[in-house]
Design a protein around this ligand. Structure first.
Ligand SMILES: Nc1ncnc2c1ncn2[C@@H]1O[C@H](COP(=O)(O)OP(=O)(O)OP(=O)(O)O)[C@@H](O)[C@H]1O
Ligand SMILES: [Mg+2]
Length: 487
């Protein structure tokens, strides 16, 4: 039932504001001049672990963290000048040792202190965690106030700038720390951010107050007011100088690795080779055993021995070829450029990959390749690149329903385009830009080094060609474009 209360009735009702005391989740207390608890509300029991009735008459100092006692005693001096206290923080200790941070407001009335306090332990923890995160992650945040064109920074941003911590900084000043072109870029980003709310995510060169050249990663996002205008911009700010240096170092090592011919898929090839050698070995063993058996039975025909011996010789030469291939792989960087038939290269590749393709039940489509198509190249390197692409395809489609890999060959007047297409539906957009970078991999730890594509790209560019991912295709497509050899 709703009871309508008229205005004049309200004023007639008896109001007892003290009831609010029971309701409040603030800590309320009255302390006398000697620092003794005279009154406490029930909330105190949560903070100190004692019944309120047990606390009355006790000295508050006994429950304050020892490190905060002196500053609390010193408040007496403060009250000589002023009657009211705001935002004084000290720590109280629960009987089980738990510490609570309390944020006090208090007033001196006669010889008594009337006090309210808020438990800010969680906030203090969060602030502390945020500070630690900024320190460890070296990530700062900033907020631009569009109205007065000022920007507030976290401590980490001040550190990156090399400036003492203050409240806010004019946006104009903040932008001055970006050198040359970068200054134009960031000015435009801020301008567009304010005008149309366009977010950004960029890496730019930067120069700190003490003239240190750095690289920073900054992002920006808009906050709108109720009129739909951008009222604030905020984002993160990170010093990425060290990352940049590391990347350059990686590139240096990568060059070295290529020079030393330590190819990422060497393991892949070795596995193929082991298989290739084990098979003929089994054949040789079989032939020899058969001869032995016939001799033991005393039923030896010269024809039979001849047949088996011929098989043994043929199979041995197959092994010699494989070993020769291995040798050339080991010194492939010194290998000279030669005119090689594409069909020959593709044969080698098929041989190396056939086992893996079969065991994964993948349909492999290879077109007829005319013997006329020749490329001037280091053949083992080109084989390596195609093997890399096929290996990537196998990994990518392993769990798909439809599993196929197709090699397409497209001869143009002076180029040849070789595409490796698989039944996958493309590389996700977010990572397309990264896949060719060294050490980028989405594979489980220990499975991929993330070097396959970057090494391949390097090899192809050393051949005067390009290796690229073609995002316009329905199925995942990598394209190798190589110059055709002049005859
Ligand atoms: N055919 C493909 N389909 C989908 N994603 C692919 C394909 N090829 C490459 N990628 C993506 O590109 C990443 C980088 O490939 P890359 O060959 O450089 O390294 P990797 O295969 O991860 O490792 P490694 O080649 O050393 O074994 C892969 O981890 C994968 O995410
Ligand atoms: Mg790979």
């Amino acid at each position: 039932m709703v009871k309508i209360i008229r205005k004049n009735e309200v004023s007639k009702q008896k109001i007892d504001p003290l009831k609010l005391v029971d309701l409040s989740n603030y800590l309320l207390t009255i302390i006398d001049y000697q620092g003794t608890f005279v009154y406490l509300n029930d909330e105190w029991e949560k903070i100190l672990g004692f019944k309120v009735s047990k606390l009355i008459g006790k000295k508050c100092l006994d429950y304050i963290h020892p490190e905060d006692r002196q500053k609390t005693i010193d408040l007496k001096k403060y009250y000589k000048k002023s009657k009211r206290l705001d935002h004084f923080v000290n720590r109280y200790v629960h009987k089980d040792g738990t510490i609570s941070y309390l944020d006090w407001s208090a007033k001196k009335v006669g010889n008594m202190y009337y006090c309210t306090a808020r438990n800010i332990t969680q906030e203090m923890k969060h602030t502390q965690i945020e500070k630690e995160m900024q320190k460890i992650g070296k990530i700062g945040w900033w907020v631009v106030n569009v109205k007065d064109n000022s920007v507030a920074w976290s401590d980490e941003v001040f550190r990156i700038y090399g400036l003492p911590v203050t409240k806010t900084v004019p946006v104009k000043k903040a932008i001055k720390f970006y050198p040359g072109e970068a200054q134009k870029t960031i000015s435009k980003l801020v301008e567009d951010g304010i005008k149309s709310g366009t977010p950004w995510d960029v890496e730019l060169p930067f120069k700190s107050k003490d003239n240190q050249s750095k690289w920073v990663h900054t992002t920006g996002y808009p906050i709108y007011n109720n009129k739909g205008e951008v009222s604030e911009l905020f984002g993160v700010f990170k010093d990425i100088t060290q990352d940049k240096i590391k990347k350059d170092q990686l590139r240096f090592y990568l060059d070295k690795m290529i020079a030393n011919s330590q190819l990422a898929t060497l393991g892949e090839i070795s596995a193929g080779i082991a298989h290739e050698i084990n098979n003929p070995l089994a054949i040789i063993q079989g032939n020899a055993e058969r001869i032995l058996l016939q001799i033991e039975r005393g039923d030896v025909s010269l024809d039979f021995i001849k047949q088996n011996a011929e098989k043994i010789i043929a199979t041995t030469s197959r092994i010699s070829n494989i070993v020769a291939g291995l040798k050339s792989l080991a010194r492939f960087d010194k290998e000279p450029f030669e005119n090689v038939r594409l069909s020959q290269i593709m044969n080698e590749v098929s041989n190396m990959m056939s086992l893996k393709i079969k065991s994964n039940q993948i349909e492999f489509r290879l077109p007829e390749i005319s013997d006329k198509i020749q490329i001037q190249c280091r053949p083992v390197q080109i084989e390596q690149v195609i093997v890399n692409l096929i290996a990537n395809s196998i990994d990518a489609i392993q769990n798909l329903k439809k599993k196929w890999i197709e090699v397409r060959v497209d001869v143009q007047p002076s180029n040849i385009r070789l595409s490796v297409v698989d039944s996958g539906s493309g590389v996700p957009k977010e990572i397309q830009a990264k896949i060719l970078e060294p050490f980028f991999t989405t594979k489980q730890q220990g499975k991929g080094t993330g070097l396959g594509l970057s090494i391949s790209r390097r090899i192809i560019s050393e051949h005067g060609g390009v290796l690229l991912y073609d995002p316009s295709q329905k199925n995942t497509t990598f394209v190798i474009q190589l110059p055709l050899s002049r005859k």
